[in-house]
Design a binder for this molecule. Sequence first.
Ligand code: ACO
Ligand code: HSE
Length: 410
Amino acid sequence: MNSPTDKNNPETGVKSREERAHHEALSPSSRSVTFGPDTPLKLDAGGELSPFTIAYETYGSLNEDHSNAILVFHALTGDQYAASPSPVTGKPGWWSTMIGPGKPIDTERYFVICSNVLGGCSGSTGPASINPATDKPYGLDLPVITVPDMVRAQTMLVDYLGIDKLFSVIGGSMGGMQAMQWAAAYPERVNSAILIATASHHSSQNIAFYEVGRQAVMADLDWHGGRYYDYDVTPKKGLAVARMAAHVTYMSEQSLQNKFGRNLQNSTEKGFSFDAEFEIESYLHHQGMTFVDRFDANSYLYVTRAMDYFDLAASYDGQLAKAFMGTKARFCVVSFTSDWHFPTSASRTIVHALNAAGASVSFVEIDSDKGHDAFLLEEPEFFDAINGFLHAADRSNDQSGNHDDTEERS
Ligand SMILES: CC(=O)SCCNC(=O)CCNC(=O)[C@H](O)C(C)(C)COP(=O)(O)OP(=O)(O)OC[C@H]1O[C@@H](n2cnc3c(N)ncnc32)[C@H](O)[C@@H]1OP(=O)(O)O
Ligand SMILES: N[C@@H](CCO)C(=O)O
């Protein structure tokens, strides 16, 4: 509860400098381009969102017949800064190794678009955005957002950019869910789709991990039922714990062992305390603390929920193959051997459904000990696979029909 002596009390107007800086850092960036359509967006939760904003970045140039556009989707906590430095962290774009001149997604050939998802916190409408009905941040008054909602908003952006058909859609994890949704719901608008470290539905285990994270956020007294914006505080402790738990799922047992083993952080002797004595503890604390500086806690609730709700087969009578029936798009499905968060078995489910639908699909399992987040790292075999697939898709761009060139490599 708010008290008159609270230094962050909205009534006293006294705000901590640290909190003010934090909110400013998370406020929509003026650098990326925003798009706000006149048409309201129909939401799966019911009702419509209007107005709404999508923040996006583009790289490369759109060719004359608008046939070289690649739509890149970010994962859970990503943003539109796929190949340009984040104005919040100052770090290079999260896929700057993948996108650029001469890189697998070659900006000398392709026009690359990446937008912040609806529900996010990097300029697209999310829980921290102003609700026009109250003139205050939405908080939990924003309807729950789904992956199909995110994709529906992206179709409006793609229309606005004058693109009828995308050369490719590509993403990892939740980005792969968006790519699948595009291919299933708008088959005529997708020439090829690259689905990386993803699944056609969130598993029970994945929902469980994200629920642990959400509960950590909501248990933080600074969460204030999602109205923390009014109090100029943020539920940092809860959000940091949520990220720590989630981060473990993004890495493999082997990579944690290789990086940290049982090494102690600052000494050679046990301290018999509950401080972060082990390197792995210190590392996770670092991951948690840096995360709260770049991500909004309510957005974390919304975007994890969108992943939980994703179940492509459920929209097609429980038959995943039906989602892809009749598609002419070429698919590339990529998994990583050490990914236990979105394991290879989840990718195989997608590949089997694509085969059953008579779609053209290549499947590559990359041998990596880096776990789920391997898709964010420069893995040569992975980059070769993306490069090779895009070149092949380029060559057969004018062809149509069903191919079955499923291949497995490991
Ligand atoms: C697709 C998208 O949308 S991307 C979304 C946003 N990005 C992410 O989610 C990436 C988050 N994931 C990561 O950072 C993952 O760790 C990885 C796997 C991608 C990065 O892997 P690596 O390059 O091997 O980095 P690593 O896991 O070792 O982490 C390095 C960081 O940990 C810190 N660190 C390493 N050891 C320790 C330690 N013992 N104590 C404290 N901090 C430590 C480093 O200082 C470095 O910090 P910085 O990132 O602030 O510079
Ligand atoms: N670590 C990435 C991928 C998670 O699936 C993120 O936070 O977006």
